[in-house]
Structures are given as C-alpha cells and as structure tokens.
Design a protein around this ligand. Structure first.
Ligand SMILES: Cc1cc2nc3c(=O)[nH]c(=O)nc-3n(C[C@H](O)[C@H](O)[C@H](O)COP(=O)(O)OP(=O)(O)OC[C@H]3O[C@@H](n4cnc5c(N)ncnc54)[C@H](O)[C@@H]3O)c2cc1C
Length: 145
C-alpha cells in the first residue's frame, strides 16, 4: 500500500487497456520510513527468506566506515546498511539501509533485486566516489557465499 505501487498499477492497467500485455511484478519495490535518518528496505528479510527455505547469506556494514560521503555530508556520521543474498542463485534478495538519503540509494539494490543481477556483476560495478551507494559494495564484499 504505497503511492509508488499505486502509480505502477495504474501504468500496468493502462497498458493492458491499450492492448499491451503487461503483468505486474512486485519484486524489488522499495519501502521507506522517512525518519531521521531514513529507514529504507527492499526485498526479503532474513526471516522471510528462511521461511521460504532459501539458503541465504547476510552482511551488514557501518555506513560511516564504508562510504566517505558520510563525512562530506554529516558532522557526526551514523547509520548502517545490510544485504541478503541467495547462496544458490548468487543474487541479491534483500537489502536495507538506515542512513541519510537511504530512500534515494536503496534503488541501486532495488533494481539489482528486480533484474536479478548476479552478485559478481554488482561487485564489478563502480559507484561514484564519494557517495552513499559505495556502502552496497562494502556490504556485498562481506558476504560469505
Ligand atoms: C497519511 C498517509 C500518508 C501516506 N504516506 C505515504 C508515503 O509517504 N509514501 C507512500 O508511498 N504511500 C503513502 N501513503 C499510502 C498511499 O497514500 C496509498 O498507498 C495510495 O494513495 C494508494 O493509492 P490508490 O490509488 O490505490 O488509492 P487511493 O489513493 O485511496 O485512491 C482511491 C480513490 O478512490 C476513491 N473512491 C473510493 N471509493 C469510491 C467509489 N465508490 N466511487 C468513486 N470513487 C471512490 C477515493 O475517494 C480515492 O480518491 C500514505 C497514506 C496516508 C493515509
């Protein structure tokens, strides 16, 4: 029950009215609590993955220690970011961040989950320095796959 989901469903419905076959997919849709700092998440939690019988690996990093943007953006950096991967498929299935602007950079993980981008590709991707997005790379490097 989100505005962005309602707008997506509107696009899907319009496409089908116009004769285009467009099935809705709810993979990789972000959810955010606009607190301070922002709380953003996408995909499965570790508990949800376990309930589905998925062999998952998780990793968590301090955003202040893994993204230099923290130090250019804040006086007292804080926050954390985490990733959850499917060991068998080698793809990201969940991610979260509690940090400034997390509602913006959660989309990096959201697209990775929706497009099932292999973790090997994500580890080879280059993020602009210094950005919060770099925290994803640090977290992915901590995964034991
Ligand atoms: C206080 C609040 C804050 C929110 N903040 C966020 C946020 O920050 N981000 C976010 O993603 N989501 C947020 N949401 C949720 C978001 O507003 C809803 O998920 C979204 O509006 C759902 O869109 P919808 O088009 O499905 O339904 P609605 O927006 O509820 O639209 C349904 C429409 O149908 C009309 N209607 C109902 N019955 C009839 C009828 N019989 N005949 C004709 N018309 C009818 C209603 O009047 C309404 O205009 C918030 C919701 C609330 C209440």
């Amino acid at each position: 029950m989100f505005t962005h989901v309602a707008m997506y469903q509107g696009r899907v419905a319009a496409d089908n009215i116009l004769g285009r076959d467009h099935r809705a997919s709810y993979d990789g849709i972000p959810r955010v609590v606009f607190a301070d700092p922002e709380i953003a998440a996408v995909g499965l939690t570790a508990a949800a993955a376990a309930a589905r019988g998925i062999a998952a690996a998780a990793a968590e990093v301090s955003v202040a220690d893994s993204a230099d943007r923290s130090w250019t953006y804040e006086r007292d950096p804080r926050g954390a970011a985490g990733v959850l991967a499917d060991r068998d498929r080698g793809v990201l299935i969940g991610a979260w961040a509690v940090a400034p602007l997390a509602s913006e950079w959660i989309h990096y993980a959201a697209l990775a989950i929706r497009a099932r981008i292999p973790i090997s590709v994500l580890l080879d991707q280059v993020a602009q320095y210094p950005t919060y997005t770099e925290a994803w790379h640090a977290a992915l490097e901590q995964l034991s796959l």
